[in-house]
Design a binder for this molecule. Sequence first.
Ligand code: AHR
Length: 499
Amino acid sequence: PSAYLTIDPAFRVAPVSRRTFGTFVEHLGRCVYTGVYEPDHPTADEDGFRRDVLELTRELGVTTARYPGGNFVSGYRWEDGVGPRERRPRRIDPAWHSTETNAFGLDEFVTWARKAGVEPMMAVNLGTRGVAEAMDLLEYCNLPSGTHLSDLRVANGAKEPHDIRMWCLGNEMDGPWQIGHKNAREYGRLAAATGRAMRMIDPDLELVACGSSGSSMPTFGAWEAAVLEETYDVVDFISCHAYYEEHDGDLASFLASATDMDRFVDAVTATADSVGARLKSAKRIDISFDEWNVWYLSRFQNAEPPRDWPVAPPLLEDHYHLADAVTVGGLLISLLRHSDRVTSACLAQLVNVIAPIMTEPGGRAWRQTTFHPFALTSRYAAGHVLRVPFDSPSHETARFGEVTALDAVATHDEETGDTALFAVNRSTDRPLTLTADLRALGPVRLAEATVLAGPDPYARNTAGVPGTVVPRANPDARLGDGKLEITLPPVSWNAVRLI
Ligand code: AHR
């Protein structure tokens, strides 16, 4: 089968937002403890951060990190995690049935984020707490000095303000599992009041209201509309969260998960714009897709939560295969395609917990299959996102009806002249011969054609053998007469660089 597409720098969607390549560090399982922080580890630096994880985080190309949760934040007291360690309380974390030692907290996170070269993105607790605690947290983080809480930060060793720009007003407040779960009006009013008070302290903050925790929630759509009616003039973003998994061996549907993400983003955009129209507002609300990934959630939901309040137990440690990585690559294509509205996104999460980076306590750190499409997309996407109109064979899927085998997006950097094409072949069994019309780019050279593929869609990497699923040069790529011809193997993610 053959597919055709056109890359034309005139087909601009929006500038590539670097925040599309965000991630998420939650106090959950081994994400923080034995993930980013392990003072006894052989690679630990003077702050107790694992250097091997810091290096992989940089290589992954993540730009922002959301913290401290997730479900965890809705029962969290940020004050527990600052100041001298020996005075920090041990507490139960009811969200994940764990014990939180508070050895790692806000100041450590910001120090870690600066070392990793990522922008911290903070969530406030609107589950058990409200306006006053959010104001306190903001004063502690962003005021230079001269007030009780800013001076406390200085006394705790952080002379300069943390200067955190992006703030999530709570987490998944639509979910009945969330501590302090609210209905849309209750949450919307609280988020608006909290956001207004925070802006009185720091007017230039970028604020995110909680959207639905998934498009299958019974309140999806109605929730976004009601929350935005309450918060429209206060917030900049509405959040989306989506996790995908292969159900009952239905690989074809799973590989086409980006179809659901496309519909999700389009529905939230339409809902936000409809509220804006009713409010006669010229303001546009963007989307922060601040949790997305492959997550075998049904396995987690069927497991018993730990009963003995363990410290940093292994939780949600999904072990990803090639098809998971191709799906992650496809979801990134969807996010980029929507760059006119999705200007922030977080792969959930960074280390050990449904993560591209895995660690052994005291031992090795290694790259999961999903690491690779994320790292390469972050590395090569530059300039403007381009829509790439294409013709492709299609096939039926149980979940999404007819889908194209090909999905693709491109970026073009006017300053350097570099172009990147990202493409997936979602066919489970047939290679795809792709012809790309490049005439509008002028003379270009093929710098690289990289493919993530293999004979077994369920092949995985391990700590001992981390190189089973890794990007390789695609030998079947040729450039000539203003055309690129390339063969995309079945179940493959591909990146092509033209310079
Ligand atoms: O990322 C794991 C969990 O998924 C988060 O804590 C929560 O926000 C979502 O349900």
